[in-house]
Design a protein around this ligand. Structure first.
Ligand code: ZN
Length: 486
């Protein structure tokens, strides 16, 4: 079980510009494809962007939509999508005037926040767009958030994802998707057969520098029409560029959106071609939403060792049973503004960098994995989480359980959720089991979700390898018995 707040994303290599790698034979093949691109919608009627239209593509627009839906389902199992209706509603309000423009291509767009402090955003073919909360936290104003939205919408409308796949698979794709050859596996399944990596940081999300410039240009137009000053988009990217030297969580952005250079000048040049107008649009909600994002609890858990098809690769051997120090029967008490709990004297309390989250564990329980990530092998974690108004405890608990499972692939419920009482409050208890930080040893995870007030819950998570679970269970039960939620 990774500690709360660990980084959920693994950043892949910087995108390649496929075009630069093309042999002459590829170029000839592209010439043959030009007829196809003539059938695709073109973008006319504005300055520099007159030349902006989707590149050649083996996929139909409907196939973009289908592929995007399949990829979204896969990706959402790997990222902590934020469950905050108010922030999501605001994001969708911001996007509305952009996607209403004909140049946005009339795709079924969806917009979601990802609870991740790293600065990043990405789009999938046909409309799903994801924005990290870290991006909101580093924006100076609403126009900058909308600028990134415009840029991502540009990737969808200009079909950069499937254009990349098409260019990378010139010879195999037409046969595959040309006929009605798509079986039950869907487009995603067919493509993975080709070895095309489409998950997080896959080819669908890595754009060439040319694509980046195009998205900037189209994004600038969308902002202009919607009443936002497009220069804010340039300002934001300039800011990211300035941050890129000092590892401020901005690497993820440049991994999928390589800097095309002269970004600001390109956008400024674009603005000169627009009619003059005053940019007045503002929801008035930016400061409040940014503050809300700042108070979000860290994502509940992070990417799991071995995730990405190599189970066990990132795990460590379990210490010999004889070296495992039993939990002391003498207790101490941890007390904060949100909860109080008794714990064994020979365990330590470590606080997360933000929020109320604490880990209380024996020193050997905090595992350092080969990839540098920390994980919890033995011990407990406590936190306070926001639910949504009008959501029942059972619904909040189920959403949290799913978050934990999503962040820890392979973890499964071993018993039906149980209704229990903790500190006189209603609670739901989950028993889960699955791969943990130790090689060849199953990890047992017990999670209690306790009602705190009308829209908050407290969570208590207990972890031990199956081999030693019985030795730790009495301690876990005692901690749950002594837990007081404030
Ligand atoms: Zn981009």
């Amino acid at each position: 079980m990774p500690p709360i707040g660990a980084k959920p994303f693994r950043v892949g290599p910087v995108a390649e510009n496929y075009c630069e790698e093309f042999t002459m034979m590829h170029r000839i093949a592209i010439l043959g494809m030009l007829a196809l691109s003539l059938l695709l919608p073109s973008f006319n009627g504005y300055g520099q962007t007159k030349t902006l239209k989707p590149g050649f593509n083996f996929f139909s627009k409907d196939q973009d939509i289908q592929l995007g839906r399949e990829a979204a389902a896969q990706v959402e199992r790997e990222i902590p999508v934020l469950n905050n209706p108010e922030m999501e509603r605001w994001l969708n309000e911001l996007a509305k005037p952009l996607i209403a423009q004909p140049e946005a291509g009339d795709y079924p767009y969806t917009f979601k926040w990802v609870n991740d402090p790293n600065i990043n955003a990405f789009a999938l073919p046909g409309g799903p767009i994801y924005m990290n909360t870290g991006l909101l936290l580093h924006s100076d104003n609403e126009g900058q958030v909308v600028g990134v939205l415009g840029h991502e919408i540009g990737h969808v409308a200009l079909r950069h994802g499937t254009n990349q796949v098409s260019r990378a698979n010139l010879f195999t794709l037409p046969a595959m998707i040309g006929a009605a050859a798509l079986g039950d596996r869907g487009i995603l399944g067919q493509l993975s057969q080709l070895g095309v990596g489409l998950g997080l940081n896959g080819v669908l999300m890595k754009y060439s520098r040319g694509a980046e410039t195009q998205s900037d240009q189209l994004g600038a137009l969308l902002l202009h029409r919607a009443g936002y000053n497009p220069i804010e988009m340039a300002n934001f990217f300039e800011k990211l560029q300035a941050m890129s030297g000092n590892r401020n969580g901005v690497a993820a952005w440049f991994s999928s959106h390589p800097n095309p250079g002269n970004r600001v000048q390109t956008i400024q040049k674009e603005i000169l071609t627009f009619d003059r107008r005053e940019y007045k649009r503002d929801s008035g909600q930016f400061a409040r939403m940014k503050a809300m994002a700042g108070k979000l609890p860290p994502p509940p858990a992070a990417a799991k060792p071995g995730q990405g098809g190599q189970p066990g690769a990132a795990q460590v051997p379990i210490p010999a049973a004889s070296t495992i120090e039993a939990p002391s029967t003498r207790g101490r008490t941890h007390s904060s503004s949100s909860f109080e709990v008794a714990y064994p004297e020979n365990w330590q309390v470590s606080k997360a960098q933000q929020g109320e989250a604490v880990t209380i564990a024996p020193s050997f329980g905090q595992v350092q994995l080969p990839n540098g990530q920390g994980a919890l092998g033995y011990g407990s974690m406590f936190n306070v989480r926001d639910g949504n108004q009008n959501q029942r405890l059972e619904e909040i608990a189920a959403a949290l359980e799913q978050e934990v499972v999503r962040a820890n692939p392979g973890l499964e419920m071993t018993e039906q959720p149980m209704r229990i009482t903790v500190d006189g409050r209603r609670a739901v208890l989950y028993m889960l089991a699955g791969p943990g930080p130790y090689q060849n040893v199953k990890e047992i995870v017990v999670m209690a979700v306790v009602e705190r007030n009308a829209n908050q819950v407290a969570t208590a998570i207990f972890v031990a390898p199956e081999r030693d679970y019985n030795r730790f269970e009495p301690t876990f039960k005692n901690m749950l018995r002594t837990l007081k939620v404030r």
